[in-house]
Design a protein around this ligand. Sequence first.
Ligand code: HEM
Length: 423
Amino acid sequence: MRTPELDNAIANPATYADEPRIHEMLAKLRKEDPVHWTAPDGFRPYWAITKYDDILEIEKRNDVFHNEPRSTLMNIQTEHDLASMWGGPDPKTGRVSPFRTLIDMDGEDHRAYRGLTQAWFMPGNLKKLEARMGELAKRYVDKMLEHGNSCDFAREVAVYYPLHVIMSILGVPESDEPLMLKLTQELFGGQDPDLKRDETKSSTDTNVILDFFMYFNKMTAERRANPGEDLASVIANANIKGCPLGDLETASYYIIVATAGHDTTSSSIAGGLRALIENPDQLKKLKENPALLDGAVNEMIRWTTPVQHFMRTAMEDYTVRGTKIEKGQALQLLYVSGNRDEEVFADPFRFNITRDPNRHVAFGYGAHVCLGQHLAKMEIKAFFAELLKRLDTIEITGEPKKIQSVFVTGLKSLPIRYSLRAA
Ligand code: HEM
């Protein structure tokens, strides 16, 4: 049965900025058509997967469901524009994106590339960053004090802190952070009218993706000439089967770390703070018992689910929940829906910092599960540990606004008033 209105809404970035609407729509799909053939105008059709168990099953079967060639949802025009920028699509794989990141890889290639930095992102290694993270968290809570007793938390605090963490890990100098902020927001928030690059005002005819490539190609050359301790040096000087990474793969590696580690974490911090303010009993409980912070951070991530979806493509026929997926068809794994699945989470629309178990899919699952998940949790925890110990009162003073995007979304505005103590 054709459902054009519903299908257009699923693919419309504005729907994801309207929380009641998106959740109402996804709840209906979970109930009535959890493996839904979706054919929005201007898109290649695909299956929208809304149940938690189905998302897990598809992610587990990464022998059948590949990330390449269609890892995220784009309309046909954007796919065409991207491909024509670099002479794509790739004749072998059909990839249209000019990047070849971990997200676009499968099988042995993916394992090899992921293996280059996997140990670096493990809790044991990240421990060495704990003190630095605490310092940065203090710096950004101090920034709130510098703003007086009110600020737009999303715009003025939450975007900068994770950016600073990820850039210092990569080794991008602080003076280049404003440029990185602009590029990541334009890349991820490219569908939101407030964040979109105005191409007519661009001083050159390059676009956001080429800007990234130019920046990171320069960085690779520098790190190969003078390796340091940072993650960029690990990537620039890595070898696979005795050969250094190609330019495309090296730049793509920085790009995935820089972009994936930024907007996602800031979305969880801003959305997490909003949830605490809107649920004063939970805020009180957490302030009285900081030992609950790990669970609270995990619930903030489930609650906000910054990454709305990733896509997969079936390499062979496969049946999901009784529906036959044909070889070559694409599937959209809607994490935003899986994390509100009533069959898995008790009272899923309640923000509950002591939720247990809380095995959400905000970080995905399986071979591609978020590489930075431990880092993200550490960052969010450090921020709230610092904030909560200094916070007396806090309230929302204006309408919170979300970024319009089908991919990574979160708050772009959260006006708040507060009283905070100096450290
Ligand atoms: C709350 C914050 C974050 C969320 C919600 C998030 C979410 C995700 C999701 C859903 C995936 C895809 C998983 C899948 O396909 O199964 C992913 C992959 C990835 N994330 Fe995160 N992420 C976050 C923070 C970070 C941070 C801080 C980094 C640090 C650099 C990072 C780096 C990556 C990388 C490199 C991948 C690709 C992994 C692969 O394909 O093997 N993420 N993330």
